[in-house]
Each structure stands twice: as C-alpha cells, then as structure tokens.
Design a protein around this ligand. Structure first.
Ligand SMILES: C[S@@+](CC[C@H](N)C(=O)[O-])C[C@H]1O[C@@H](n2cnc3c(N)ncnc32)[C@H](O)[C@@H]1O
Length: 288
C-alpha cells in the first residue's frame, strides 16, 4: 500500500494551504472511541486492564497518543515504515498535546520506523492494525507472516485488534463523497471540504483493489490522490483461518450497534452473522 500525494501536480488555493494528514485525520479517524473499544473489549475478554499497546501501521500515531492520554499508566509503541509521517505525528500531535495538557506523553511513547514484520523488541498487552492497513499483504504467506509477527509481539494473554470492511458495494468501481467540517475551525481554515473515497478498480481473480482518497475544496481546488492504496480485499473467513493458523486461539467479530435511524452508537457487540447489503465494517479481535 502506498500512502502518497501525487507530488507532480502543483496545488493551488485551499488545496495548497491544507495539510493532508489533518484532512485524513478529520475524515476517517476517531482515535478516542477506537481506544475506548479496545480498552473495554480487552477488559471484557481478559478480566484485567490493558496498559501497553503496539500500534502497527501507525502513520501519525494518533491512536497511540489517544491511548497514553486515556490513562497515565499506559504506554504505546507506534510502528510505521514512513519516517516522515512519524515525525509529523510527533511534532504536530504528540508534543503539542503534551504542552497543552502539561503531561509528558512523549516519554510513554516509542515511535519506531520499522516494518511490522520485524520482531518487536517489547511485548505488549494489545496490538492494533487499523484502517485495513494489513491488506497491503496480498498473499496468504505474507499475511500469515504478519499475523505471526503480531502474535509474537504480544504477552501471553495479549489481544490483536484489526478492522475489516466488505459488502456488495465494495468489489466495484465506485466513488463516495462526504462533506467534512472541523468544528474547531482549524483544519482548512474552518471551511468545509469534501472527502472522496474512490474505489478505482477491483480484480475478482486476485482480489486486488486500487483505491484513493481525494480532497475537494470550496474554492474548486483539489488534492488528487492525497493517499492511494493498493491492496487485497480479504474476506472474514479467510482472515479467521489465517489468524488461527498463526496461533491465535479465538477470533471474534464485533459490529457496531445502530440506533433506530441506522446511525452508529459507538457500542459494539460480538456477532456471528452480518447483513452483506451495501457496505459493512467490523472490528476483529484475535486472542492468544
Ligand atoms: C492507511 S495508513 C494507516 C494509518 C493509521 N493506522 C490509520 O488508522 O489511519 C497505512 C500506513 O501503513 C504504513 N505501512 C505500510 N506497510 C508497512 C509495513 N510493512 N510496516 C510498517 N508500516 C507500513 C504506511 O507507511 C502508512 O503510514
């Protein structure tokens, strides 16, 4: 998977002034509630509190930051291949949050520029791999190697959390748009912008898919392919089989409870059945 801006194109207007990491964070990340789910589910499964976390494919490490912010005992290790993105997270998120809160979050965080397949030098209670990042491993051998490495980096009663999505609308060329606004008035000078999720092509023979995120602005400017993804769309039974093969004992699927209007409530339940219509999105837990 590549996460890169098409640098050949000269940006103008609001697009030129916007920061793609900020736009991404506002559009697709919700670290506070993700941390809540992980902490609560770990407690439910393991009857103890989780304190140490490894965030694989951490990017700007906002999940790791939310983890250490949620409890002063908590520590986090963020792992990503992209040193520039890690540095952005440190300078734009971790240090400013520490200054604002008067807490040295950085001392409880380790950001490693490394491959998630490399052995982790420290064992943790929890590991997370979010936003389908592990789909960059497109063969059974590669994904098995990742699940084995993820498991080897956990303590005896550790839990790996992943997410996955699918449904009838996923294996097709489709563009989805959503207006996003930063209520704080910081991102994009407080003006709304449009998040565009572009499912470019899907090959049913290999399961390979190319997708991209574009951002569009009120002044007509645009960041084309702010992030691009090249991955395999894995199914839940395939993932379960590979996780068990990697040595995990139990694999569970968690879906978000919806209210009467069909909106997510932020609470999750373990499920063995899903409606495949449209798009579904779930968390997966794999217990040692
Ligand atoms: C889509 S971003 C995910 C960011 C964040 N985890 C999130 O939830 O939005 C994927 C990240 O995975 C990183 N990455 C891709 N392959 C990797 C690998 N083998 N080891 C470590 N990081 C990798 C990329 O550099 C990129 O920052």
């Amino acid at each position: 998977m590549a996460a890169s801006r098409n640098s050949k194109v000269k940006l103008r207007g609001q697009a030129a002034r916007a920061d793609r990491h900020e736009l991404y964070e506002l559009s697709v990340q919700d670290p506070k509630s993700e941390v809540q789910f992980v902490a609560k589910t770990f407690k439910r499964l393991r009857k103890r509190k989780a304190s140490s976390l490894r965030e694989d494919f951490c990017g700007t490490a906002v999940f790791s930051l939310a983890w250490v912010r949620s409890n002063r005992e908590r520590t986090a290790i963020g792992v990503d291949l992209d040193g520039e993105t890690l540095q952005w997270g440190l300078e734009q998120r971790v240090r400013p949050a520490g200054e604002r809160d008067g807490v040295d979050y950085e001392s409880r965080m380790t950001l490693r520029e490394a491959n998630v397949l490399d052995a982790s030098p420290t064992l943790t209670d929890v590991a997370v791999g979010y936003n389908f990042s592990y789909w960059c491993f497109e063969t059974r051998e590669q994904l098995l190697a990742y699940f084995e490495a993820a498991r080897a980096g956990l303590v005896d009663d550790g839990v790996l959390f992943l997410d996955a999505y699918g449904g009838t609308e996923v294996p097709m060329s489709e563009i989805n748009e959503r207006e996003v606004i930063d209520e704080r008035g910081v991102v994009n000078e407080g003006e709304p912008f449009t998040y565009v999720w572009d499912q470019i092509r899907y090959n049913p023979i290999t399961g390979h898919m190319d997708c991209a995120i574009h951002f569009e602005f009120e002044d007509g400017s645009r960041i084309d392919e702010a992030f691009s993804y090249s991955w395999r769309v894995w199914t839940l039974p395939e993932l379960r089989e590979l996780l068990l093969e990697a040595g995990f004992a139990t694999v569970r699927i968690w879906a978000e409870r919806e209210d009467d209007d069909g909106d997510g409530t932020g609470t999750y339940y373990e499920t063995k059945d899903l409606d495949n219509e449209g798009v579904w999105w779930v968390y997966i837990s794999a217990e040692n």
